[in-house]
Design a protein around this ligand. Structure first.
Ligand code: MN
Length: 200
């Protein structure tokens, strides 16, 4: 992770985001995730290994503005998931719970075609379609992952309370209960055969 100083915002400020590409004028505060960051997280480990022999592709970028992580602040930015697949499984964000699990988030799709995959620790699941103009309220306790099912970048804008924090580890270890794969040229939601139903 880049080691930029937190922004201490005492006055209003603006950030530019391109609505088609999600690209911002704060590119030094964009985090890049590549295929090699997803070891064990896609269904088809062999497909991932074969792809990595050729190229460590960028899977997604997201803004990490670095505002102070205090409850008075809101963190916001764009998430960009590039088109692609590992085996039959579409490129996606890693997905996470919030460290303060009761804090929610809002997503607003700017461009592309995708799914937001969500689940609670108790096993409730919800998957919604992301298209430009669709906003999603993700309540507290719902882990969330965006999946790009189209041929162009999937760009979403998000806002959450700045002290929410991120728990990526639970999803890394357990996975999501549901996966989005391509089946006969169409996106399909399946139960995750690798899901590890351990208690959280
Ligand atoms: Mn989040």
């Amino acid at each position: 992770m880049k080691n930029l100083k937190p922004i201490v915002a005492k006055r209003p400020f603006t950030v530019y985001f391109d609505v088609t590409t999600g690209i911002t004028d704060q590119m030094d505060r964009m985090v890049t995730r590549r295929l090699s960051d997803y070891q064990g997280m896609f269904l088809d480990d062999n497909a991932l290994e074969e792809m990595l022999k050729k190229e460590d592709k960028v899977v997604c970028n997201f803004t990490e503005l670095g505002l102070e992580e205090v409850e008075e602040n809101l963190l916001f930015g764009t998430s960009i998931v590039y088109p692609g697949k590992v085996g039959k499984e579409y490129f996606m964000t890693k997905g996470h719970f919030h460290a303060k699990i009761n804090l929610g988030e809002v997503y607003y799709c700017l461009s592309g075609d995708g799914m937001l995959v969500m689940e609670t620790p108790d096993g409730d699941t919800e998957i919604v379609r992301l298209k430009p103009g669709v906003s999603v309220f993700v309540p507290g306790r719902w882990a969330h992952r965006s999946v790009n099912i189209g041929n162009a970048p999937l760009v979403t804008f998000y806002v959450f309370r700045a002290d929410a924090g991120h728990d990526y580890e639970t999803i890394k270890v357990k996975g999501f209960r549901k996966l989005v794969i391509e089946n006969n040229g169409e996106p399909a939601v399946i139960d995750n055969p690798k899901w590890k139903g351990l208690s959280k």
